[in-house]
Write a protein that binds this ligand. Structure first.
Ligand SMILES: [Zn+2]
Length: 349
């Protein structure tokens, strides 16, 4: 049986939601990852130091007592962002980074930024203080084809930001195109890559009828892009690192409203590893999962190690959401019902 032991990974892009869902899903991340960057697009977005502290506290309360998992909080940028609050929060270790959502780009982003240039003064201060800027890189202009929105964002917005703020630590989140892969490498910024964008192309959304299971934002693109992402993720290059963008929705909402987001945290490591094995790049998995991210953010890698084994692993069809011992909802995980070839064994010292 093949095994792989790596430094404990981090998830550099995660949606934990709130309340009952948070309580039911957090263990999938907290058990095997040292840290995770927590997205601020909660129902009422995290736009202040107080709301970040309250959210972080609710995450801590949802964790098992012995957990060493560290949530890294982010501030949601909006047209009304208070620069003082943002920089103060960063300097006082409340905020790890700021997240830029163009208005209405994804779930709960209606408060996002309408005119990005209005934030340039804020980017200047972030650059000066070393605060990272995490970007959902899609334009939201309804006249732009949904499959082109990442490329258009890079041309219209990101290239100007990168040029104007060369020292700003920028991460282009959940990249989906070969265009983004090239841009990231040429412009000295970082990028997260999700497991689902390594596995599916846009056909998945139409498999067996309109299929919301594979609807996420940015949407998966054509096959040539998926192949470019696989090459980038498995290359070992320092600019690419693990960010699951795991984003749970209860099935009843996902199926009826077609909410964007794929819940992959129960299988993300196994899912990535399948890709690394298929690409003959198992040797680079630790870089992608555990080393490139900390290096980009100037943080030490985690101390503990994680062992994974090559063993058939049947993924559940549903994950139950439980309240007072009753099942009150279900969430469909990525790879539901499939059999993966890898399984997380656990933390080793
Ligand atoms: Zn996300």
């Amino acid at each position: 049986m093949k095994t792989l032991t790596i430094i404990k990974p981090d998830d550099w892009h995660l949606h934990l939601r709130e309340g009952l869902v948070l309580k039911n899903i957090i263990q999938y991340t907290s058990e095997y990852y040292g840290r995770a960057v927590i997205m601020p697009n909660t129902k009422s977005p995290i736009t202040s130091i107080d709301s970040a502290i309250t959210y972080k506290k609710s995450i801590a309360e949802a964790l098992p007592e012995s957990s060493k998992f560290e949530p890294l909080m982010t501030m949601y940028l909006s047209d009304e962002t208070d620069k003082g609050e943002l920089i103060n929060g960063f300097k006082n270790n409340v905020f790890f980074a700021a997240k830029l959502y163009p208005a209405n780009a994804t779930t709960n982003s209606s408060h996002g930024v309408k005119k990005i240039e209005n934030l340039y003064e804020i980017f200047e201060s972030m650059q000066d203080s070393g605060m990272p800027l995490l970007i959902h890189g899609e334009v939201t202009d309804s006249e732009v084809d949904i499959f082109d929105r990442e490329e258009v964002f890079i041309d219209r917005e990101l290239s100007a930001i990168a040029r104007r703020f060369p020292k700003l630590k920028i991460v282009l989140e959940h990249i989906t195109t070969s265009y983004a892969v090239d841009f990231v490498q040429e412009n000295n910024i970082g990028a997260t890559i999700t497991p689902h964008h390594l596995h599916i192309n846009r056909n998945a959304m139409f498999f067996g009828g309109l299929n919301s299971d594979f609807y996420c934002l940015p949407v998966a693109k054509r096959e040539s892009n998926r192949l470019a992402l696989r090459k980038a993720a498995t290359s070992g290059k320092e600019c690419f690192f693990l960010g699951t963008d795991s984003a749970p929705h209860l099935i009843k909402w996902k199926a009826f409203c077609g909410c964007a987001g794929i819940f992959n945290s129960p299988v993300a490591l196994e899912s990535y590893l399948t890709v690394f094995e298929e690409e003959n790049a198992l040797d680079n998995f630790e870089k992608f999962a555990s080393l490139n991210g900390p290096k980009f953010y100037n943080m030490p890698p985690n101390r503990e190690k994680l062992k994974l084994v090559s063993r058939l692993n049947k993924v559940a069809e549903f994950i139950d959401v439980i309240e007072d011992k009753n099942i009150v909802g279900q969430i469909k995980p990525f790879h539901a019902g499939e059999t993966l070839k890898w399984q997380v064994e656990g933390i080793v010292n």
